[in-house]
Design a protein around this ligand. Structure first.
Ligand SMILES: Nc1ncnc2c1ncn2[C@@H]1O[C@H](COP(=O)(O)OP(=O)(O)OP(=O)(O)O)[C@@H](O)[C@H]1O
Length: 235
């Protein structure tokens, strides 16, 4: 479980998070909000990659302040992965296994699912955007941590890969994991999420189920419900 209390973060004059309070339990929670609303910043605060100005984050009942070991409990897909471009896919997989230093699953199944075997000896700078994203997903789902954070996981994926991603998320959810997903693709969010939270102007504007949001906004369509928040708030 992740607990966040009164979280504030500013970059210079830009006050991005202005008091986020949330308890995140098992299941899939989608973190939504307009561009620049602080979704990635929130994820990075949980990961200890961005230091909040104020507030407290606990992961599995332990304050993460000045700790790093809890990171082993989190599998993270970054929005933009910056791996060295001149190494091969096979070398990258080995490197990440060595760096993470936690037990990994056998990656053969994931290689087959995403049809990545032909690319194992190719260098990262020779891969298409979608193939790179499949490699990034493999690196995320290769471990078996109780918390998974996926920042824009659908980027560049073709429809077949998207179906595989949804299946993987479903399987991990069934294991009782806590899964945070950031995405602007509302059809994807609607299919995978148990709950959503919507960040607006640094605060949580809404947290609940998609049907609760539809009721609250009096919209029958999820995408329109989200759009109505943005239009009503001039976001
Ligand atoms: N390291 C940084 N230094 C300065 N400003 C930053 C930094 N990281 C993020 N920001 C700013 O903080 C704000 C929130 O950025 P963030 O990436 O968290 O938004 P987001 O909701 O994930 O956006 P998107 O939907 O476009 O991915 C933006 O205005 C961004 O420019």
């Amino acid at each position: 479980m992740i607990q966040i209390e009164n979280l504030h973060k500013r970059f210079g004059e830009n006050q991005v998070l202005k008091g986020i309070d949330i308890q995140i339990k098992s299941g899939v929670l989608a973190i939504l909000g307009p561009n620049g609303s602080g979704k990635t910043t929130l994820n990075k605060c949980i990961l200890g990659m961005v230091f909040p100005d104020k507030g407290k984050i606990t992961v599995n009942q332990q304050d993460i302040n000045n700790r790093w070991n809890y990171r082993k409990e989190i599998d993270y897909l970054p929005q933009i992965a910056n791996f060295p471009n001149n190494i091969t896919v096979a070398e990258l997989i080995k490197m990440i296994k060595d760096l993470r230093n936690v037990k990994s699953k056998d990656e053969t199944h994931l290689l087959q699912l995403f049809k990545l075997q032909p690319f194992l000896n190719k260098k990262l700078n020779n891969l298409s955007g979608g193939t790179k994203q499949k490699v990034n997903l493999l690196l995320t789902f290769m471990f078996d941590s109780p918390i998974i954070i996926l920042d824009e996981p659908t980027t560049g994926l073709d429809p077949a890969a998207l179906i595989i991603l949804k299946k993987l998320i479903e399987e991990e959810k069934k294991k009782g994991k806590t899964i945070l997903v950031t995405s602007h693709i509302m059809s994807f969010v609607e299919e995978i999420s148990d709950e959503i939270m919507f960040i607006l102007e640094g605060k949580i504007y809404f947290k609940g189920t998609i049907s609760q949001l539809k009721n609250q906004t009096q919209q029958t369509n999820f995408e329109h419900a989200i759009a109505s928040i943005l239009i009503d708030n001039h976001a």
